[in-house]
Design a protein. Structure first.
Length: 100
């Protein structure tokens, strides 16, 4: 009879140990695993940064499209053309003062 109770005690200990090991593994994977809570927070933070960058680039694209339209043959803004030519070529008139 003592042999049976020692065997039952050993089986219960193995079962408890296995349950603790599996519980610890799944708990660790749920927090720090590839799809865990920390990974989801990292992805959400990266999404915010990339969304802000996308919005900034969309604004820059809109500004550049406006400048391109204003310099096109269909709609030529002479003041903008003069400004861009001076900026690119570095020209000033004799009666102008340049502030930097």
């Amino acid at each position: 009879m003592s042999n049976t109770s020692a065997s039952a005690s050993l089986g219960g200990t193995v079962y408890l140990g296995l349950t603790l090991v599996l519980g610890t593994y799944f708990g660790y994977a749920a927090i720090q695993g590839q799809s865990g809570v920390l990974a989801q927070r990292k992805v959400a933070a990266e999404l915010e940064v990339l969304t802000a960058e996308r919005d900034a680039l969309a604004g820059e694209l809109s500004r550049l499209q406006n400048l391109t339209l204003r310099l096109s043959d269909a709609y030529l803004d002479l003041d903008l053309l003069d400004e861009r030519a001076r900026a690119v070529l570095g020209y000033i008139r004799a009666d102008e003062i340049v502030l930097r």
